[in-house]
Write a protein that binds this ligand. Sequence first.
Ligand SMILES: [Ca+2]
Ligand SMILES: [Ca+2]
Length: 373
Amino acid sequence: MKFCATIALTTIFVLSSYGLLGFQGDFAIQPARAVTQEEIDYREEMVCFVEAIAARARMTNPQFGIFPQNASELGTYPSYIAMLTGIAQEDIYYGYIRDGRATLWRITQELEDNLERFKAGDKLVLTLDYPFRSRNVPRFDQATRKKIDRAYQRSSTKGYVPYATVRNLNYLVINPAHEPHPNEPPIINWDQVKEWAIQLQPSWDQSRPSFLNTLGESQFDLVVLDYSFDGSEAMEFTPEEITSLKNSLRGKVLAYLSIGEAEDYRWYWREEWDANHDGQPDPGAPEWLDEGNPDWPGNYKVRYWYAGWQDIIFAYLDRILAQGFDGGYLDLVDAYSITRVNERHFKDMPAPPNRAYPARNLRYARPSYEIAS
Ligand SMILES: [Ca+2]
Ligand SMILES: [Ca+2]
């Protein structure tokens, strides 16, 4: 039985409005007492949130794709699997402990077990591995090529769609012997996707047109990029650019969207939320804003079950829809395992596979260096 706090609050509020719960007078400020912090199930709140994102997007575009990254343990909720187009899993074969290192067999098996539920639900399963030692530059020496081959082979055997790249996701890696094929016929339906790639920031030598042209001419069936050239509002891609990208690719185009952490270079951020940049929200910051992520200055934990944060993500989603993206690639869906409040909640529970995620502090960061303009 899934339980969404935001919905439950509304219900209780309605009941109390009619006096059914025995409130007298100031009931309008009472309903928050109905659900205490301890009673919130942070996993279920994330499931509810992703469901709300999918429902909202599909009111505008019924075919809109929803792809969470990681958090495959949420596949125990049938309603969660049902609303997804697919899932992306990082580090399943390489990179869980360290870039370029094979993932422990036990972890691989645990993740594959989780992903089976998504396969059984006929969902696309994308795998994303980091067989390269460098975070920025792919080098195809003999040893690395063997790792790439192994990741692709294992992933394909399971019926997944593999990709291997560098951790900073700042390079469109074309893996030797695994080059993408022409999109002939064009990719119209999600189940046609057999190749994919992700590049969230341009390479050091890429201008805005060359970044888009390289993706557009890549022949991948599906590509993931940020909604903006440099992450900022000023450099948002225009609907014309995204249409042109889709036309030249003849494939699917997804926008990256972090739903489980706030990023201080995004359009919604206000300088006064943490004016002294010490990672502690300042007075006047919204209630949903939590402390900074010590591994990533500029990233902040959020109480993602608060309406204030969810409204921001819905507005973000509207921008992505207006640009014409085919779907959303949702990051930090596993925020329930790294939220401070949540650690108290889960302290007596068995750790999910992604808890204390060793590679977490190697995660995609922006901006990592100066980019060409
Ligand atoms: Ca292709
Ligand atoms: Ca502060």
